[in-house]
Unconditional design. Structure first.
Length: 91
């Protein structure tokens, strides 16, 4: 999944494109912490698992960079709680 997620540094967000539509997670880097402020999927992507795939990619990127994640967004917070394999990333 992480290979499908790209870091749009100029817009401070991770993006996942599916069928020409975008799911994204806005972020802020604070030292080694990755603060996830908001996760959103385009309306045609809602209910398709795109936001979950995006979060998995974000978590894999954070892990590969040695970062922790602080999820300010309710979706991101719930996603990490449900995916225990990434709980070690919580900042």
């Amino acid at each position: 999944m992480s290979s499908d997620v790209r870091d749009n540094v100029d817009r401070h967000r991770f993006e996942l494109e599916r069928n020409g539509e975008i799911a994204f997670a806005t972020y802020e880097r604070r030292g080694s912490d990755l603060v996830i402020r908001h996760v959103e999927a385009a309306i045609p992507l809602r209910g398709t698992g795109a936001a979950s795939d995006l979060m998995q990619g974000v978590a894999e990127i954070a892990r590969s960079e040695g970062r922790t994640i602080t999820p300010l967004c309710g979706y991101a917070r719930t996603w990490i709680r449900r995916h225990k394999e990434y709980s070690d990333l919580l900042g």
